[in-house]
Design a protein around this ligand. Sequence first.
Ligand code: ZN
Length: 154
Amino acid sequence: MDIKELYQEIVLDHGKNPRNKNKLKSFNKEAKGHNPLCGDKIHIFLKLDNDKKVEDISFEGEGCAISIASASIMTETIKGKEFNVAKKILENFLNMLKESSKLRINSLSEDENTTMMSLSGVKRFPMRVKCATLAWHTFMHAAEEKKGTANTEK
Ligand code: ZN
């Protein structure tokens, strides 16, 4: 199996069997995100503890396979991480999609890096990049307690 096939398999798996797709029983931050170009809607539930650690995170939503897979991968990757680390991961992820840079985050395991890189295929499709970044923007929206809905077009 070449790397492209591996990436496709990972995205398909997360799209079909999304992780952390439920509403947390206890959360202290939440935000909704909308990608009007595709119709994707994501609702993030976040529990940040006092030490600014992502104690728990989940999502609900409807959208294309890419948006759901991305939300699944995002929640799986940053759960249990310090908020500052999660923010760094987010920045690296956005850079990876904007430029053709490879993802190399020291705080991530080899497997976590591979899983995040699996979304790199969307780079060739600018419309799809918004599907892949929606959950990440919505996470920041929740963490920073911004008002309103995170919107990929604003
Ligand atoms: Zn989409």
